[in-house]
Every structure is written in C-alpha cells, then in structure tokens.
Design a protein around this ligand. Structure first.
Ligand code: 6R9
Length: 658
C-alpha cells in the first residue's frame, strides 16, 4: 500500500488461486511452455526489428517486400514495413486457395431466426471478388471511405474484405447505433458510400437499418455520400432512392467472381473505427494495412492456438474492434473456421449461445465478462441442458473479469478442463496486448497475466517511472508495435494528447497511455484495475473500481456490481455501489449489512461502500461495458452530461432515477 504517492492507485484485493495449463493442453499447443514464452519475449526484446521483420515475412504474403521494419523517426507517428506492398484480403483468402484450405469452411453463419449459411474459402473468395467489382462499378476506388452499417450477416464480413481488396478504407458503424450517431461518423469520416441492409434481427425484432440511413442522410447532411448499397435481410418495406440506392443482390450477384487485389502500401489506411470516448465526440481510430494484418494474424494464432479442426466462435459484433480482428481478419488470415451469429441470448431463447456451441461443435469460444455475469446471474440450469463438450479453450475480452465470474466460466462452461485467456486490449491497439498463452501461462482469475512477446507493457506513475510491485499506476506500452493505431482521423492533436503526451517521462520519450489503471504483482502478472477516469479517492486512498466490484461479486447473492465515488465533505469521496442480485435473491437491509461486512472481510474498511443501490441492470455501452460516468452523476444527483449515444438501453436510466 502506498497512500503518499498521489499518482498511484492502491491495490487492495489479493487473488491467490493459480491454474497452470494441463499437460494435455500444453503438449499439443504451439507455444507449449512458459520458458518458450520467455524465450520469444527475450528474442523480441533483444532484436525487435529481426523479430517483427521475420514474423512479417513468414506470416504474410507480400507483393513487394518492405525496406524497413520500423520507422520511429517522427514519434508518435510510426511506419511499419515501409516500402512493402500487400493486401489483407489476399492474405485472408487468395493465399489459401492453392492448398486444401481452399475447400475448408471459412465462415459458418447463423441468423437469429435460425437460417444458416456456410462458405468455403473458395466460395468466400468469389463472393468478396463480386462485391469488390460491384463497389468499383459504382465508382468506389482506392482511398474512398465506405461506411458499413450492417446486421451480423455474412455480407458484413464480405463487404469489409471487398473494401480491403480494392483499397477503400472501411468504417464499420455498429448496427445498434442511432441515425444521429451514424450521421456524425459519416460526416467525420467523409464517407463516399454506405453499405447497409433493409434491417437486421435482434431480440426477435427487426432493426430498421435502412430507415436510419435515410434519416442520417436527410436534409443533405452528408453531401459526400454518393451511393447506398442495401442487403436484403428482413424483406421489410423500405424506401429506395433512385440513382443513390442499389440492392446488393442486383449489383453484386451478376459481377465477375474474380477481382485483382489492389497492391497496398504497408501504411495505407485499412479502416477507421470510432471509439466512444467517455466524453466529447467519438474518435476515429485509424489502422493501417500491413501492421494490423500482422498483429491480428499473429495474436490470433498465439492466443487461440488455432488447430486445423477448430471451430472458433467470437460473440462480438463486427461493429467493434473485436469483431474486426477476431471474427474476420485474424481467423481468416490463419485459414481458420470462424462462426458468425446474428442473435443474442433473449427471453425466447436464453440458451442461444449454448445452442450454437452444441450445434456447431464450437471448440474455441470468445466472449465478454458482461455476458458471463448475465449467465451467472441466471444460474447453471440453462447451460447444463446443453452439450458443451466440444469446447477446448475459452476467452474473454472487454472489461476486467471478476475472479468469481472467471471461476464460474471455467467450471460451468468449460467443464473445468478449458484454459481461459483473459485478453486485454483496445480498439487503439488493433489486437490483443496482454493475455495468457493457453499452453504456456499459469493463469490467475482476474489477471490478463503477461504482455505478448514484443509488447513492452509497464505500470508507471505520472512521471513515467515504473512503480513498485503491487502498486497501482498507469498502464502503458513503451515500444511501438505493428498493430498500433496510426492516428485519430482528422485530429492529430487529439492523437498526441490522448495517448502519447498524457504522461510526460523526464527523458521526453514517448509511451503509449491506454487510459487504464493496473498493477503488477510479485510474479509479474498484470491486473487491470479499470479506467483511470473511474478511480475513487477515499480519504486520500485512490481505489480502482475493479477490486471493490470483484469483492462484491464474490458474494454468493451478487451477480454484477459497479462502484462510483460521490463527493463527500469529510472523505473526499464516498463509495456508492450499484449491485445486481442473482436471480431469486432479494434486497433487504440485512443484505446491505452482509455486503458491507463481506467487503470489509475481503478488502478492508477503506473499501466499504457507504451506500447500496439495488438494480436489475446497469447502464452499459452497446459493447457491454459499464458506464460508471453515468452512475457517478446519478449517485451525486448531477445532470448526466457528455455523450450518451453509446448507451445500450435508455430505460435503465429512468429505472435507476426512480
Ligand atoms: C477490445 C476492446 C478497450 C477498453 C480497455 C479496458 C477494457 C478490454 C479487457 C479490459 C480489463 C480485459 N478492457 N479488455 N479491461 N481486462 N481483458 O474491448 O476494445 O472497446 O476499445 O475497449 O476495454 O478498459 O481500455 P475497446
């Protein structure tokens, strides 16, 4: 503990359980021991240019080889693999066509109503080529930004790959965003075309995507948009604007099924993806071609230890970075079979996920803590009705996972036999940065464990100096990596200030600041403690949200918790805990006393919540992250300010207010 250093975040919770990989898993895995991991890390550290250069040459196809691995002469603007020419759609498709992978299933898709499609690599290649030719036929070419506003249908992945093929950067906007959110992103990115659908199915309802596009474009708000390509999904009646709107099946199906991939410079923009940002307008995160390709490819291979017969499923939406890197690009670049599911668990089908696992014999399953906590809340009965024995590896991403949710995931879903990879990363990092390697790393529930080879992560104070073990601080990355974001679209200043100049090391070096707090334990394990914006200051002790929440979730009656600070004359801030009870449990004064006692036992009196608010649900972003900023305003009785367009369910606010 260190309460004198105002830069640090105190760590108050200790987790002692350790789960080494089983011999059975390790012996078959690519990186099969911790010493191999250390060896790779050492190689990457001692000669990074050789490490990344060799990886790029071995793992990707190049039309023209690069001259330089990394150019960091103008930080924070990095150039990776300068002089090289490649194309990610070629790496994901064409290069598999000369082997038996050509006839392997690339994509398995299931719609919410239960309709299904499968594409082999050969078939997917043809579909992508047709879509690429269709885009060209409506005047889209290299450098033109194409926005995608799509349901989870195969055409979403096909459209991304088609854009990449012709060198048109894509900007996927999550299909659950409103027309205003879409409009902001279309204007900011200067999109020339939009690919959408007549609608999508979500929780047994039709989401009217095309109507939202029409609204976004209404009143000439986005003069740069010339055309809209519409996939027919729901057969809902929609308006089609002559000369602007085209049906996908009318202009794609008749195209030639071959299209030469554009030879892209390594640093050409591959896509722009907006992150919400906790306040202010969303940031367009810019990723480039070769570095992103390498990073999504390599991380997928290392972390999921992909095997020839794996059926891999990531439950994210393609509208998020997780969908980009780990539904589409990472798996396809590796020649894996990737599953895409349009639905989510819903009252008419609470076991939807387990049903998909059983039906498609999923072997690797990658989901988010928010989903795991929701399943835990509903109890074991539903998953226990399904055969989940095909699973061999589980992953999580999106938020810190509370140790109890981790244990539940391991026992109930993984049958105690599957390693869990808790993967820490961000839209900005392009791919996973800190994660166990499933055959090599002994895991600790709630810890993302160690940085991947080549990733120089550290925990520092605001002067950029490393803090001691078990002292919390800022999570940073001290060396460029291939998958790093290249800029904020149209806002260099914001790129510098948010990520590279927030911390000021005395030697003026550049380190990437992720916005998260973390600590490293005595064994070197990283524990992400939540966003630093959310840190609570109680009597001079700065506490991360994750640890108090995990203590609450470890109580048998609690499934989910979010803690925030409320201004307090005496203590600086007092702790308000919003908690969700497990199904069947009831809130009463007795519970409050029990929970306080529980937190005091688990952590100590410093972390004892001063007030509890019981709720059915917490305000979350559409990708499932708890929005503590909103809870903070509610707890203090303030107006909710800043951007709330990413809020999943507005009715949660009204419920919480009452
Ligand atoms: C991939 C993704 C990034 C933020 C990140 C952090 C949180 C993601 C996490 C995690 C703890 C993990 N986060 N994975 N925190 N442990 N395994 O989620 O990207 O939407 O940009 O969010 O999510 O706070 O900074 P993105």
């Amino acid at each position: 503990m260190n309460s004198n250093n105002s830069n640090s975040i105190e760590s108050v919770l200790q987790e002692q359980r350790v789960f080494p990989p089983s011999d059975n898993f390790s012996s078959k895995s690519r990186i099969s021991s911790f010493s191999k991991y250390l060896e790779m890390s050492e190689m990457a550290k001692s000669d990074p240019n050789k490490f990344w250069g060799d990886a790029a040459r071995e793992e990707l196809h190049w039309f023209k080889s690069f001259n330089k691995v990394l150019d960091w002469s103008n930080p924070p603007f990095a150039k990776w693999f300068d002089g090289g020419k490649t194309n990610i759609s070629f790496n994901c498709l064409d290069r598999h066509l000369n082997s038996s992978t050509a006839d392997k299933v690339a994509l398995i898709w299931e719609g919410e109503p239960g309709d299904k499609k499968k594409y082999t690599y050969k078939q997917l290649h043809k579909e992508v080529c047709k879509a690429a030719n269709a885009l060209k036929s409506i005047g889209i070419g290299k450098g033109d930004l194409v926005a995608l506003y799509m349901p989870m249908v195969p055409e979403a992945a096909i459209a991304m790959l088609a854009c990449a093929r012709i060198g048109a950067p894509h900007s996927v906007v999550f299909g659950g965003f409103s027309s205003e959110a879409l409009r902001d992103r279309l204007i900011n990115g200067e999109a020339k075309a939009i690919i959408t659908a007549d609608g999508g199915f979500r929780k047994d309802k039709v989401i009217p995507l095309k109507d939202a596009v029409d609204q976004a474009l209404g009143g000439g708000a986005c003069p740069k948009v010339e055309s809209v390509l519409v996939v027919q999904r729901t057969k809902k009646n929609i308006a089609m604007d002559d000369g602007r709107d085209y049906w996908w099946h009318e202009i794609v199906d008749s195209q030639a099924d071959d299209c030469l991939p554009e030879q892209m410079d390594s640093e050409d923009c591959l896509f722009v993806l907006y992150t919400s940002g906790s306040t202010g307008k969303p940031k367009g995160v810019v990723h480039s071609t070769a570095g992103y390709n390498l990073w999504s490819h390599l991380t997928f291979k290392w972390i999921f230890d992909i095997r020839e017969n794996d059926v891999y499923w990531c439950t994210a939406d393609v509208g998020w970075i997780t969908g980009h890197s780990y539904i589409v690009y990472g798996p396809l670049s590796n020649g894996a079979t990737t599953v895409m599911y349009e639905g989510v668990p819903r009252p008419s089908n609470p076991g939807a996920f387990w049903d998909v696992i059983q039906k498609h014999k999923i072997s690797i399953f990658y989901t988010a803590p928010t989903a795991i906590r929701a399943f835990m809340k509903a109890g074991n009965k539903i998953p226990n009705q399904y055969d989940l024995s095909s699973l061999r590896l589980l992953g999580t991403v999106g938020e810190p996972i509370n140790p109890e949710a981790w244990i539940w995931y391991r026992d109930v879903i993984g049958g105690g036999r599957c390693p869990i990879v808790d993967t820490w990363w961000q839209t900005e990092t392009g791919g996973v940065m800190i994660s166990p390697l499933p055959g090599a790393t002994p895991t600790k529930p709630g810890s993302a464990t160690f940085p991947l080879p080549g990733i120089e992560a550290d925990v520092v104070n605001s002067d950029g100096d490393s803090v001691a073990n078990n002292e919390g601080g800022y999570l940073v990355v001290k060396r460029p990596w291939p998958g790093m974001m290249r800029n904020v679209y149209g806002d260099e200043k914001r790129f510098r200030e948010s990520y590279w100049e927030y911390l000021k090391p005395s030697d003026n070096s550049y380190m990437y600041f992720a916005g998260d707090g973390a600590r490293r334990d005595e064994d070197g394990y990283f524990w992400v403690m939540g966003r630093v914006d959310d840190v609570i200051n109680v009597s001079g002790h700065r506490l991360g949200t994750m640890e108090i929440e995990s203590a609450l979730v470890s109580h048998e009656l609690i499934s989910e918790a979010a803690v925030v600070g409320r201004p307090d004359d005496l203590k600086g801030e007092s702790i308000v805990a919003f908690v969700t009870l497990r199904t069947g449990a009831e809130a009463n004064e007795n519970i409050e006393a029990q929970l306080k006692k529980h937190v005091v036992n688990e952590i100590g009196p410093i972390a004892k919540p001063d007030e509890f608010k019981f709720t059915d649900s917490l305000p979350k972003t559409r990708s499932g992250k708890i929005m503590r900023r909103i809870l903070r305003a509610l707890a203090s009785g303030d107006e909710i300010s800043g951007d709330t367009s990413t809020l999943e369910d507005r009715s949660v606010l009204d419920k919480l207010r009452s």
